[in-house]
Design a protein around this ligand. Structure first.
Ligand SMILES: Nc1ncnc2c1ncn2[C@@H]1O[C@H](COP(=O)(O)OP(=O)(O)O)[C@@H](O)[C@H]1O
Ligand SMILES: [Mg+2]
Length: 353
């Protein structure tokens, strides 16, 4: 064989192997840690929030030694890191009993105090037949015996509606009914709730306010980058594609969209056995969003429908969190109104406008 012919042979062989794209083997995955993308994951790196974390830690420091600590009001739009900040602070705060209440789920005084009871005594009080004061006796009796301070975070407190006053008041006045009991409340919300509070509640609450501003475009990108590096193997998603995802998430002011888009893109790439994410694998929620909204609207009759009944129509298509977000967007867009149904937990009557 002449050197020349060998050269041509090699050239052809190399072209063929270049065109044989590497495919993922059945057992291979692009995820280094899929859990990084889960909804309630607390990331190892939590950037751009040092000021807020430091302010929270300083305000709560006396609680470590059972001394009166400040109350806090955390204010910021969706996905600005409020819940994560509370979880991180609670992990670090040794000494007091710390309870985070999801007020969207525990949307009545009874449910809020039942959750606190569960955290402190290890089990829920019976569903009926036990009064709120009896639950307070159990909670504060135990705390006093164990000489423990209580820090309660009422997350998304706006969902408590008018019950917000009772919950805050009963928590903050506990020291009077149970001398020696110490409680701090962290109210977490998207807008200032102070004007919704009764005067007597405002005077016992007097929180230190901590703001969670929206992330800038660059911060959004950096946060998504950290999440990519934690969740995917190196080289799976290149920066330029990640920037596109970050831009879409920034435009919607919702970093969650970006986190979910990265996860979905990796799932789609895996489904095609592709070793890296390509543009065609990226589905930004924008495309599917109006469809979900109009689907949901179609199930709302003229006389309105209870939120739980509405959810039953779509639960096979979307999880509760997604359902809730679509509802929120419809409400924000003025397409529906939702009013609380008294005495029905967190159930709301949804009506078209
Ligand atoms: N600074 C940050 N660094 C890393 N991840 C963040 C940061 N801020 C928010 N996130 C992520 O964005 C999502 C929403 O955050 P979350 O704390 O639930 O926001 P909020 O309670 O304000 O709605 C979570 O997945 C969270 O991990
Ligand atoms: Mg939250």
């Amino acid at each position: 064989m002449t050197p020349k012919r060998l050269g041509i042979g090699c050239f052809i062989f190399c072209r063929i192997s270049m065109e044989m794209k590497r495919m993922l083997l059945a057992e291979e995955t692009l995820f280094r840690d899929e859990e990084s993308f889960s909804f309630d994951h607390v990331p190892d790196v939590f950037s751009f929030r040092d000021n807020q974390l430091n302010a929270m830690a300083a305000a709560l420091k006396p609680a470590k030694r059972n001394r009166k600590a400040a109350n806090l009001l955390l204010i910021g739009g969706p996905a600005t890191g409020k819940t994560t900040a509370v979880k991180i602070i609670f992990e670090q705060l040794s000494g007091p009993v710390c309870v985070r209440i999801n007020s969207e789920i525990a949307a009545s005084p009874y449910r809020v105090f039942s959750e606190i009871h569960r955290k402190i005594l290890g089990f829920l009080p019976p569903d009926t037949g036990i009064s709120l004061p009896a639950i307070y006796d159990k909670i504060f009796g135990r705390l006093l015996r164990e000489k423990k301070y209580l820090v309660v975070a009422l997350d998304d407190v706006q969902y408590l509606l008018s019950d917000m006053n009772k919950v805050l008041y009963d928590l903050l006045r506990a020291g009077e009914s149970y001398p020696g009991a110490g409680v701090s409340v962290i109210a977490v919300t998207d807008k200032n709730i102070m004007q919704k509070l009764d005067d007597k509640v405002r005077s016992v609450f007097q929180p230190q306010e901590i703001r969670f501003p929206e992330y800038t475009a660059e911060e959004t990108f950096q946060i998504l980058k950290q999440r990519r590096d934690a969740g995917l193997y190196p080289g799976v998603l290149e920066d330029s594609l990640l920037r596109e995802i970050a831009a879409a998430a920034y435009a919607k002011h919702d970093i969650r969209l970006g986190i979910e888009a990265v996860r979905k893109a990796a799932v789609n790439a895996e489904a095609e056995a592709s070793p890296s994410i390509e543009r065609k694998h990226i589905v930004l929620e924008e495309a599917s969003l109006p469809k979900e909204e109009s689907e949901l609207l179609a199930f709302i009759p003229a006389e309105g429908i209870k939120s739980g009944d509405l959810y039953a129509h779509v639960e096979e298509k979307m999880g509760y969190t997604k359902f809730y977000r679509v509802l929120q967007r419809l409400e924000a867009a003025g397409a529906i109104e939702a009013e609380a149904i008294r005495g029905a937990g967190n159930s709301r009557l949804i009506k078209k406008r």
